[in-house]
Ligand binder design. Structure first.
Ligand SMILES: CC(C)(COP(=O)(O)OP(=O)(O)OC[C@H]1O[C@@H](n2cnc3c(N)ncnc32)[C@H](O)[C@@H]1OP(=O)(O)O)[C@@H](O)C(=O)NCCC(=O)NCCS
Length: 173
């Protein structure tokens, strides 16, 4: 049952870092740092203007979304900037109440509509498809670790600007 109206979004920067880490451990498990997504964004910081926390009706922290600057480096060494979405995390006991939806909508609303960068994430297409994410452009992409290609998803108004082959990594320098 979706219950989006009860979600209040605040900038993630207003939340104590230890509380964010605790929530992520509960949503993904403590071995989450081994995931390939962490390697893609290694050495970067999440973007405060696009990252949010969801609070419930009692102002308790129930979910977070973080957005990171990453690059897709093509065969000629050119770097194409993208936004990496994730983790998107909702406390296990508060899932399927609409908090994930509210976090995705909040992030999308914060993007500059005149120049939105393509967004990339690793997640279930059955969930993220509803927000416009598809694995169609990523068939020739690689990452610094194991991943399932059908879970490497992109959302963009103009897929033609994306290289068909490239390697994802952090946007640094
Ligand atoms: C995935 C996640 C962020 C979704 O947030 P949420 O607040 O639970 O989801 P919402 O309330 O917005 O949406 C609920 C709907 O999505 C569906 N859904 C949730 N996770 C899903 C998944 N992994 N695959 C397919 N459908 C999913 C639910 O069945 C529900 O469907 P319904 O509306 O038909 O009943 C949350 O469940 C979560 O933190 N999961 C653990 C961490 C994770 O796997 N994150 C994704 C990778 S970045």
């Amino acid at each position: 049952m979706n219950n989006v109206a009860t979600a209040t979004l605040i900038p993630l920067a207003q939340v104590e870092p230890a509380m964010i880490e605790e929530l992520l451990d509960r949503a993904f498990g403590p071995d989450r740092h081994d995931r390939t997504a962490y390697k893609v964004r290694e050495g970067t910081d999440w973007l405060p203007a696009l990252s949010f926390a969801a609070l419930d009706e009692d102002d308790m922290l129930v979910g977070t979304i973080q957005i990171w600057p990453v690059a897709l480096t093509d065969a000629d060494g050119r770097r194409h900037p993208l936004l990496m979405v994730g983790p998107v995390a909702v406390l296990p006991e508060r899932q399927s109440e609409g908090f994930g939806h509210a976090l995705m909508a909040g992030m999308a609303a914060a993007l500059d509509p005149k120049a939105p960068l393509p967004q990339v994430l690793i997640g279930d297409p059955e969930y993220y498809g509803r927000f416009g994410f598809t694995a169609a452009p990523t068939g020739g992409w690689s990452m610094p670790g194991p991943f399932e290609q059908h879970r490497l998803l992109v959302c963009t108004a103009n897929p033609a600007v994306l290289p068909s082959e490239g390697t994802l990594g952090p946007w640094i320098g």
